[in-house]
Design a protein around this ligand. Sequence first.
Ligand SMILES: [Zn+2]
Length: 264
Amino acid sequence: MTRALALAGLLEGRSNAERGAAVARHLASCGVPFVRHAFTAPEGRGESFAVDLGSGDRVFVLCAHHDAVPGSPGANDNAAAVGILLTLTERVAIPAGLRVRLLFTAAEELDYLGARAYVRDVGVAGIVGVLSLELCGIGDSLVVWDATEDTGVTRTIRRALESSGLKHDEGYHVVGRIPRFGSDHRAFTAAGVPAYGLTVVPSANADALRQFIFHPMWGALRFLVRRPAPFDTYHTPRDALATLEPRALDLVGTALAAVIAELG
Ligand SMILES: [Zn+2]
């Protein structure tokens, strides 16, 4: 079992309170300093955790929400992403001048409530870009999404992925706004920061996924019985740790290390 997968296992199948506590407990046990951000709103409450790696003035935020929808073990959504980010505290080198903020948010499943509260309370000063990891545990091809136009950040990501051997429209895809899903990065987009989602999909399902995601009505009918992976387990009781693919988590970890290096 890869390290990221083992760390995802700390959250999978637990209540949301336990998932958050597991992240804090793990960071504390490793001696990693973190800042707590608690929030209360009419829609819900929770606690997010921020870890700063490096000490530069330019801040690049990597988000992974630690909550899950009720009734789902929440392995691919989103324990896998949490596990991947936790491994970055153990091994990644941060270039001078850069600060990488790992933001483990609560209540993403309530319309990004934790991320919105964070942006409201902490602000976005110094933040040059954001990637929010969603569904990072199944597949072999990266998708950077909500990239409606090229920015300095998308160009940096492209260069990083190319330099790690991935090819455009094969090993990685950069796509525009996704109509039926969202993630924490949209709280930062709303504040004017270049911010995108990062997901892994099985390349064999690329066409089916395009239909499913970009043509909601037609996709809903066509995929009434079985959605294409990774959406076949998304928000269901079947989103279990056993469905995760170690190589998918490793792919994302390697890609993030390349992006961080390229940001230097
Ligand atoms: Zn999610």
